[in-house]
Each structure stands twice: as structure tokens, then as C-alpha cells.
Design a protein around this ligand. Sequence first.
Ligand SMILES: Cc1cc2nc3c(=O)[nH]c(=O)nc-3n(C[C@H](O)[C@H](O)[C@H](O)COP(=O)(O)OP(=O)(O)OC[C@H]3O[C@@H](n4cnc5c(N)ncnc54)[C@H](O)[C@@H]3O)c2cc1C
Length: 404
Amino acid sequence: MKTELFDVLIVGAGPAGSFAAERLATGGLRVALFDGRPEGAPKACGGGVTAKALKAWPHLLNAVGRTVDELEMYSPSGKRLHLKLDEPFAIYSRVAFDSYLRERARESGAEVFFEKMSTGGIKRTNTGWKLRSAGGTDWLGKMLVAADGANSAIAKKLAGPLSASDMEVAFGYRTPLPDRSEAPTVIAFLPGWVGYAWAFPRLDHISFGIATTQEAFDHKALDDLLWQFMIGYYRQREDGHANIWNDLEEEPRARAIQRNLQATAERYAARIPGLADKTWDQRRACGEGWALLGDAAGFADPVTGEGIYYALRSAELFADAFLEGRPEEYEKLWRKDFGGELRRASQMRRRFYGNFWGAPFTERMIEFARGHSGIKKVLGELVAGDQGYVGLKKKLARRALRPI
Ligand SMILES: Cc1cc2nc3c(=O)[nH]c(=O)nc-3n(C[C@H](O)[C@H](O)[C@H](O)COP(=O)(O)OP(=O)(O)OC[C@H]3O[C@@H](n4cnc5c(N)ncnc54)[C@H](O)[C@@H]3O)c2cc1C
């Protein structure tokens, strides 16, 4: 039996795990990074990375993807808002993005193992942890880091389970790019549901999807809605059809588009953490000899489902605390850095998708932004990740009072 000794054992080579591995290995530590995903299999994700993240880590732009500086937004009733973004965001295929970050970790000296770890194979020892693969190899390490995503079995064991109210669900389809026209990037707030639909064109396909809360999830109804959205999107490209929510009823053209898409669309679905307000106080992201990063820790925006920025930032905060010899500081650091913001988002979620002056807030927000450049600007900043939820109401009110 082979045994290897490391300073840090990281399970999960998504953005969080790879980013932490790179930083820790650059700091001179011996790092083992494990991932069980089959080669080339993508993580279910829209792959949108905000301008805030691109500014914090400009090297992310070296990963193969595309940058987006225009966005079409739709209100639940289908009103359109065209946003020219002052600061572009990027859309990546997750295979490309994850491979890029994992290779950087490897080049920095982290050792990468294609191994799926089961919690049964993870044991505490007198000096740290022992991880055993199904093939009988042992890895010993002082610190165990769980970066194994939203369904993290390690996080469940170390920090306790999450409930349905702490989870969001996202699902969608990858479809071909339209034949002859540009493919715009679209976000459309759902009519009658919490959440939104997206169309994120990538270099060789479009990622369509819907994100909503696990509690609100009704598979059949939301799948029908996503098909309406996808057909509306392709029809707009074909013949300028106005409605993004294209009703399928007895429409030969809509049916034909649906048949074509059904022949090629690849479906995907996954959970995203969206912690409830009270959970933020109760749940810890580190303890004696262990830490949780990214989705495994619950770090995603409960309003939008955006998690890549928080995966990277939590990895950075943890790695720096560990390198300074104070890993327990990580808890304080993430709470101070983005914990308040995410908690505020949990409190906002109901209101954001609730009613405001007799209509959905999202309807009003798009309506107001169409008529007021100040509000449109705040919306652009929200998309860029530069405008948080803390202070959002105040800023909207201030901008609304300014002349157009
Ligand atoms: C449909 C969908 C769309 C999304 N769109 C966006 C978006 O546009 N922008 C955005 O910012 N966020 C988006 N998110 C959220 C985003 O995907 C996550 O927040 C982000 O991937 C978290 O990164 P992570 O490294 O923490 O976890 P992950 O990316 O989930 O990586 C975890 C890794 O751990 C590995 N792993 C799991 N279990 C084991 C095990 N037992 N042994 C070994 N390896 C293991 C997995 O193979 C995986 O590679 C979306 C999520 C979904 C589901």
C-alpha cells in the first residue's frame, strides 16, 4: 500500500478547489487536489463570470471564453431592456474554465489526482487526516478542504446538512448557435415564478437555463416555460417575433423550432446553494483541521445563483489565512468580506421576486430602467457585480430622484 504525505488535502477541483490549490502551492506547501469528474464532462453551469471577478483576477480572461458587453433583459410580462454594460462580463464553457484553473494549480506545484473520494474513505488521525482511494492508496494531510460542490458529502459530515429552503435548483439545455444571426445574451425574469431564465451564448453553443428555489421547483411547468423561452429566442433571430415567451399553442413555426431543438439539445440540471437568512448565523465554514470552500460552504448568491466569484474569493481568503498560520481566521474573514452581502441577498430574495406597487418588483425594475437612465445604470452595476444588495434600495431611490 502506497502512502503520501501532504500539508493540505483538497477534495474537488472546481474553481474553489483549484484556486486554493494554486495559491497554497505557490506559497510553498505540498498540496493534493482530488477530483472524480470524468475527463471532459462539464459541471452544469451558465458559466457567467462577473466584471467584479474579472477585475479581481484579470488572468481569468486567459481562459477560453467570450466577453459580453451587451445584455438583453426581459420583465416577466416580456418588456425588453437593452443594457450596454460599462464593464463586460465573461461566459465560459465550464470544461474550459475548470481545466484552465486546474492546470494553473498543477503548474504551481499542486499534485492533481483523478479520484472520487467517498466520506467512508476519509478518516481523522492524530496528526490530521487520511484519505483512502477505492484502489487502496492513502494520502495523509494536516488539513482537509472540502471544495466538492453543492452536494458536498464532506460538508454534510463536518458542518451538518442543509434543508430544502437552503437550496436552489437550476436546469437547462445546451443548444446549437442560431444559423445566420447574432446570438444575444439574455436574462428574463420568470412570469409567475421565483427566478429567471438565461440564454448565454458560448463559442460553439448556447447555454439556456432556469434558476429557481428548490421549494418553488415544479419540473413540468418550469420545463414548459424554458421551452417557450428557447423557442421565443430562436424565433426572434429568425423573423423578429416580438414575444420572448413564445406560446406553443397551435403554432407551426414554433413547433418546428421545438422539434429541431429537441433533436440536438443536451439537458443538464444541478443544485446551487441559496442559504436562508437564519442559516448564515448557524453554519460554519471551518473548524479544527478542516475548511469548506465555494458551493460546499453554501457560498452562492441566493437571488441570482451566482457562485463562481464566491468560490474563488473563499479559496483566496482561506489560502491566505492558512499560509499565515491562522486557518481559523477564515471564518471571520469570509463573514466580513462577503458574508454580509450574501446574507442581505437571502433577506432580499422574497422581495426581489415579490410584488412592488401592484406588480412583480422585477417588472417594475425593468419598466423604471427603460424610462430612467440612472436606474438603468444601477441595474448595469448590479449585473457587473459592482453593486451589492447592501445599499441597493438607497441607491435606486437616490438615482430615481435625479433628473433623467
Ligand atoms: C445550472 C447552473 C448554472 C449556474 N450558472 C452560474 C453562472 O452563470 N455564474 C456563476 O457565477 N455561477 C453559476 N452557477 C453556480 C456555480 O456553478 C457554482 O457556484 C460554482 O461552480 C461553485 O464552484 P465550486 O468550486 O465550489 O464547486 P464545483 O464547481 O461544483 O466543483 C466541485 C468539484 O468537486 C468535484 N467533486 C465532487 N464530489 C467529489 C468527490 N467525492 N471526490 C472528488 N471530487 C469531487 C466535482 O467533480 C467538481 O469538479 C450555476 C450553477 C448551476 C447548477
